[in-house]
Design a protein around this ligand. Structure first.
Ligand code: 5RP
Length: 220
């Protein structure tokens, strides 16, 4: 059993959270790829899906799952499903390993519920210790943002050869122990030039599914 096995297992178990005639927000990444595949088997059952990245959008389209643009919706998304890079006991997260954090934050915030699906390796005591914090930055502000992040002890690494769906760049920040995710999220989001920080603490998950050798467990 490897990580892929646990990602698939938790993704398949998330299907039971989909109600008839609902609008689903769709995250990004390899766990979500398993979920999208499974969602295609009940595509006639849902109204449609809102994609958080070009990759997820293309995969939804390939599987003939109806797609809805956020701007065309007159109500909230019923449920947002996504994985994360790290999740703590309070269901606060680090996201953005795949670089889709900005749209993920928009869509998750526009959703009534956030169901987060992870394998056990991502469930941590403190955010930021093992996984660097991704931040989407406007390219001309890169140096300024890196310097501002340095003032709070963060060591930034530019993500090479990567442009986000919004045309920006990503820095991955090491050396942060995130003990107060909400205040750090607000602080970093307020640095001019930052488009979005990968801390999801203001919009944290409502339900967490964790897959391990004993099965899938739920935290609410
Ligand atoms: C993308 C994300 C993903 O949810 C996160 O990187 C987890 O991905 P994976 O399912 O491939 O482990 O935040 O921006």
């Amino acid at each position: 059993m490897n990580v892929r096995y646990f990602k698939k297992k938790v993704a398949l178990s998330a299907i039971e959270y989909i109600s008839k005639n609902s609008v689903i927000g769709i995250g990004s990444g390899s766990t979500m790829k398993y979920f999208i595949k499974e969602l295609s088997s009940i595509r006639s059952f849902i109204i449609g899906a809102v994609a958080s990245s070009t990759i997820s959008y293309n995969y939804l389209r390939e599987l003939n799952i109806p797609i809805i643009e956020l701007n065309d919706l007159n109500s909230c998304i019923d449920i947002y499903i996504d994985s994360a890079d790290e999740v703590n006991f309070h269901m606060e997260m680090i996201k953005g390993g795949g670089g889709a954090l900005t749209r993920e934050k928009i869509i998750s915030t526009a959703s009534k519920k956030f169901l987060c699906i992870i394998d056990e390796s991502k469930f941590v005591k403190t955010l930021g210790v093992s996984f660097p914090l991704p931040i989407e930055v406007i390219p001309m502000a890169l140096k300024f943002v890196i310097n501002e992040i340095k003032k709070i002890g963060g060591i930034s690494k530019y993500r090479n050869h990567f442009i986000t769906d919004n045309g920006n760049c990503i820095i991955d920040v090491y050396n942060l122990t995130i003990n107060q995710p909400v205040s750090l999220e607000k602080y970093v989001n307020n640095i001019p030039g930052v488009v979005c920080v990968g801390i999801f603490a203001i919009r944290k998950a409502n339900i967490l599914l964790i897959s391990d050798i004993n099965g899938v467990r739920k935290i609410i």
